[in-house]
Design a protein. Sequence first.
Length: 232
Amino acid sequence: MSASQSIHSDVPVNPVCPIAVAERRRPHEEVGSIVSHPSARELPGTAVRRAKACSVSADASALPVVDHGGFPSEGTVLVGDELIHYTRTRAGALEMPRASSVPGAMDGRGGGLFRGRYGTAPADHREGAPVILFPFRYWDRQVERADAPELAYFGLAIDQPGAFWRNVFWEADEVEGSQIYALQRAVDVGSGDAPPWDGEPGKTPELGLYQQGAGKDGEGNELALQADRHST
C-alpha cells in the first residue's frame, strides 16, 4: 500500500479488558469506524478534521477547522507534531485563552496559552493540515506568566487585615523530575489593590516567585510587608 492511501476499518469501540479476579474478558459491546489520514497516527476512537485557515501561526489562540462536528467542547488535538489544548469551540474554530500582550496587562491580546502541550513545540500549520482529536488522561494546563480561569494551579489565601507578613515557607514531597515553586502576592492595605498574577516577579510590586520552601537560610522566604490578604 502506498503512503498516500488511507485505511478504513471497523473496530470495537469498547476494548476487551481483563477482569483482575479471574482474568476473564468482557465482550465487545459496540463497533465503530476508524479512518486514518495518510499523515495521521492511527489512534482508536479519534476524529480527524482539516485546518481551514490559510495558515495558523505558532502562537495563534484559535484553530479554524472545516468542521468540528464530533469534537467535544474541549480537548486536545494533534496537528503535525504539535499537541494543542482547546477549551471551547466557536464560529468554526477550536479556541483557547490568550496571554497578555505584556506582563501584567491582563488584556488577552497575547499568544494562545495552550500551544505546544506535553513537551511538543508550537509550530505554524498550513491550510488543510489534518487536525486529529487526541486521547489523553490529564490536562497540561500549567503556563508561566499567565492568568486565566482554564489554567491549572493550587491556590491558598489567608485574610488578616492589617497584618505584617514576615516570611512564607512550605514543605512538600517532590516527585523525581518535578519542580515545586510558589508565586506569592499581597493585597494592599486599605485600597484592596493586588498585583496581577501574570505580572513579572521581581519587577511587579508585591509579586514574588520562590523556589525553595525553606528559603536560602532555612527560615523561610522573607516577605516583610503589610497587607490584608496573602495569596499563593
